[in-house]
Each structure stands twice: as C-alpha cells, then as structure tokens.
Design a protein around this ligand. Structure first.
Ligand code: XMP
Length: 514
C-alpha cells in the first residue's frame, strides 16, 4: 500500500516548506505542489488531506491565485492557512474585507469551540502568529466560528461534516504556541492519517526518484567535507552506485587532518568513488599577495570552479551534477529582501557551480532544513564526525588567516585551531557551543618566554552559541578551559605568544573575523 500523502498547495508563502517540515515532524508524508494543479491529477493519487498555504497576494484581487474548485466537492479533508483560509471562504461564498492596517505578529487566540477537533488538547488563549491584510467577515455556509482574536473576528473556522478547516494564524511557525498540536489535530484527528512516515521513507523515495531521473548516465559530485555534500553524495551513491564519481579538491585551506578524514570517510567507510585532487599549491599561488577578504573569497571560488571543470572533463558521459542545496539556500536566493539586502560576504560553497558545464542538477536535499539533513545522514549511516560537523566557510582557513595567506601562517593557525577544538570537545560542555575555532590575526606583540623577549603572533579564539549562524552570542566558556586553551597554544604552537578571546556577539560582529 502506498504511503498516505498530504498535498500542500503552494501559493508562494514564505512558510510553505515550514508547513511541509511540520507535517514530516508529525510523521506524515507530504508533497508541495503548485496551487493550480488540476484536481483530477491530485485526486488520482488519492490524497489523504490537502493543505492550502499562505501567500503574498490578496484573494480580493481579480487575478488572485486560485485552486481547482472541484477540490471542494471531494471528501478529502482540507486545511487552509492564512491566504488558504481566505480562499476557502471566498470560494464557498463568504464575505471578506481588506483591513485598514495589516496585522503582523503575535495575538492571543480565544478558542470559541473548545470541543472542536482542531483544538483538541490545546489550552485556551495560546499566543499565535498573524500576518495578513484581509479578513473573513462572514462565515461560509455550513461553517462555524472556532476561534477569534481581539483584532480578527474569524481566526479559525471549520465545517466538521465536510472536514474543511481554516486558520488565519500560522500554526507552522515556532512563535505559535501549540501550532504543532493544531496541525497534528488536523492530520491525525481530523484526516485520520497515522504517524507512519519516517526519515527512512524519505531516503527510500529519494533513492527511487534519483534512479529514475538518472537512468544509466554518469553523475559527478563535488565533496567539500561538509554535511550537505556528504549526505547528497551518499544518497545518490545509494541510488546509482558506480555511476557516481565524487571529486574532492584539497585546497590546502582545510583544518588539521581534515582532508585525510574526508577521503578516508568517503572512500573506506562509505565506499564512494572519490577522486582527490591535490590543489594545495594552486590555491596558495592564487592567494599570493591577496589581503582583502572578499577578494580571497572570489579567487578561491574561481580556482575551485576551474579545477572542478578540469576534473569533470576527464570523466566521459557525465550528464548530472549533484548539489547539496538546502531549503534555506533556495529561499535565500529567491526572497525579495535578498535583492535589496546588503552583501556582507560572498558565501562560497560547493553549490553555485558552473552553468557553462551544461549539466542537469540533482538536488535531493532542496526541501530539507539543516537538522533534517543531519537526520538523513544518520539514517544513511554516515559517521558522527561528518554528520555533526560544524559549519565551515567554503574559503576555509584563508578567511581565518587575516591578511596575507602563506603556508607558514596556515600551519600556525591549523595547530592553534586543533587545540581549540580538542579542548572544547574534551570539556563536554552542555550545551556545546555551536561553533568554535581559532583565528590568526595579523598582529605581532611583545612577550617574554624563558628569559627572552618575543615578538610574535596574536591568536584569537572564537566560540559562539547560535541556532542558525544568523545571530550569535559569544559562549561563556569556563575560565579554566580558556586557561588551558591559551596555555597550550602559546606552549605548543611556534610563533604565538598571546591569545585573546572574542567577546562580541553577532550583530554587531560576524561569526568569522575575515
Ligand atoms: P558570518 O561570518 O557571516 O558567518 O557571521 C555565519 C555562518 O556562516 C558560516 N560561513 C560560511 N558557510 N560558506 C558556508 O557554507 C561560506 O562561505 C561561509 N562563510 C561563513 C560561518 O562559519 C558561520 O557559521
């Protein structure tokens, strides 16, 4: 029997993938489809339920994105969220108004029907998240008012018999209290879908899809050592085995022992066909005399593409390129804000690869969030040190050696960084900082060692707490730990006589120094 499927009809909401994620967290399989998918197409796949997302438009305008109204005549349970609810209301003959002031942010929800299955086990007056400009004024026929807020008369509505529900607020966002329970009530209670879907099922279906997409063609993948490319490559390798060749470019900018670890993990543990390219000298040469961090990033990005293209050209009949694009990467590149936002740093990853290569993309992770990718990695049996890897900038240590990059300076940083990592890991902190590393500053300062004067490098240590790297605070590391880190660095790393700990948050600083 096939897995019960929930179709999420997408009206272009920022939160569509979040709804999908919450549905997966409720252990229910879902697919996001365009809002105007013909109902006959969906009905043929026997949907277990349908969720209509929010969207940026107003249902009151003539060209408002719509659904195939045949959906309402089926007996499939429907949940409309925000725009989705307004659309249901409009299609079923209710009255709507445009608000004078759009309503954004938190509101307290008064549950009008405590016995409504949508609110089972939800305490009255949860804080919910609103974001709308239109409101339902009068309910459609057959619907009852389920909840309201001070500023929104119809904050939730439902037709119990037809199992059609709507919420004006967003149950999928973390700021809505009991949002997961409300969505769970719809999926499990109202639509009666069992909690049977697991990440294993995602893995199985991705493997099937990749197989049918690729056929007998050849596939290449650039491994960076990061979680995303590792998981994407492993997934594709499970699907097409030896048709996949991975290319690992050792740019000499990785941390101590990392290049060996990557190759070993992928070749020996995961049995991937990995071509390791020793490009350490090429990168060093290219970086010679480059001081500006942005220029470093650009040089490294270009060099990487050049090498990758050279290597790919050595493999015959390549048709596909695997990329570990995640959902946040997808959304960042399409949100309108990103067009007007200031560029802080050009993030270079194995992603963003040459369009001139005319390869078709396989992006098996593009609907997932980082922690879900880690979960897929675990299901695939990737070792912990790969799955739990800290974020690491694409240009690697080149941006953590401030100023000129040379093999000597990289070696100094590698040693200091290895001590920072080792000591923080051995301290078994709870919670563990989100990211921690050393930075080699371009400063020299005076010190005294033995009886002699030194004039040597200053190493900075950065350890942060964060949930996504977008904002961060400096980690309050125990003084004894800082003492051990500092003592070991000045004793064990040649040419370093001073260690500083970074106590700035982001903003105003960034995580990396550069
Ligand atoms: P910043 O320095 O911008 O860093 O506050 C935020 C997070 O992003 C990581 N970072 C990168 N990650 N490619 C990446 O995948 C990059 O080029 C890159 N640059 C910075 C940084 O380590 C931190 O976790």
């Amino acid at each position: 029997m096939s897995m019960p499927t929930v179709f999420i009809l997408d009206f272009g909401a920022q939160y569509s993938q979040l709804i999908a994620r919450r549905t997966r967290e409720a252990n229910v399989y879902c697919e996001i489809v365009p809002h105007d998918t013909p109902w006959t197409e969906l009905a043929a796949r026997e949907p277990a339920a349908v969720i209509l997302t929010g969207g940026p438009e107003s249902v009151l305008v003539a060209e408002a994105p719509a659904v195939d109204t045949a959906m309402y005549d089926s007996d499939v349970p429907i949940l409309g969220i925000c725009y989705g609810m307004q659309l249901i209301a409009r299609d079923l003959g209710a009255e709507l108004v445009q608000l004078d002031h759009r309503e954004y942010g938190p509101a307290l929800l008064t549950i009008e029907q405590a016995a409504a299955p949508l609110f089972a086990r939800v305490e009255n007056r949860p804080r919910v998240w609103m974001s709308h400009g239109d409101s339902v004024l009068k309910l459609p026929q057959g619907f009852e008012l389920l909840a309201s807020t001070e500023r929104c008369g119809v904050a939730a509505m439902g037709n119990r018999e037809k199992r059609i529900y709507g919420t004006q607020f967003h149950p999928e966002v973390a700021h809505t209290q009991c949002g997961a329970a409300i969505l769970g009530n719809f999926l499990h209670g109202i639509a009666r879908i069992g909690a049977d879907w697991k990440m294993e099922s995602f893995v199985d279906s991705s493997i099937r899809e990749i197989r049918s997409q690729v056929g007998s063609a050849k596939v290449i993948c650039a491994l960076s050592g990061g979680v995303d490319s590792a998981v994407a490559a492993t997934l594709v390798s499970r699907a097409v085995g030896e048709q996949l060749t991975c290319i690992f470019v050792d740019n000499g900018l990785l941390r101590k022992g990392e290049a060996e670890l990557v190759v070993e993990a992928f070749r020996d543990v995961l049995h991937l066909d990995v071509r390791a390219v020793d490009a350490r000298e090429r990168f060093l040469k290219r970086l010679d005399g480059v001081i500006d961090p942005e220029e470093k990033r650009i040089c490294i990005g270009h060099e990487f593409i050049a090498i990758f293209e050279e290597e790919a050209a050595k493999i015959a009949d390549v048709k596909f390129l695997v990329q570990g694009t995640l959902y946040p990467d997808v959304i960042e590149s399409k949100t309108p804000q990103s067009k007007v936002g200031h560029k802080i740093k050009s993030h270079h990853n194995v992603g963003g690869l040459p369009e001139t290569m005319h390869l078709q993309l396989i992006e098996p992770l593009r609907s997932l969030f980082k922690d879900e990718v880690r979960e897929v990695g675990r299901v695939l049996g990737l070792p912990d040190h790969v799955v739990q890897r800290q974020p690491f900038p694409g240009p690697g240590l080149a941006v953590r050696v401030l100023g000129a990059v040379s093999e000597d300076r990289l070696a100094t940083l590698r040693e200091a960084d290895a001590i920072v990592r080792q000591e923080i890991e051995n301290a078994h902190l709870d919670p563990k900082p989100w990211q921690y590393f050393a930075v080699l500053t371009p400063l020299l300062s005076v010190g005294v060692m033995g009886d002699g004067r030194t004039y040597a490098n200053l190493v900075a240590v950065r350890a942060i707490t964060s949930s996504d790297g977008m904002t961060a605070d400096w980690a309050r590391l125990p003084h004894e730990l800082l003492e051990r880190i500092s003592a070991r660095i000045v004793n064990e790393v040649p040419n370093v006589n001073r260690v500083a700990y970074d106590v700035t948050s982001k903003p105003p600083s960034t995580v990396e120094w550069e």
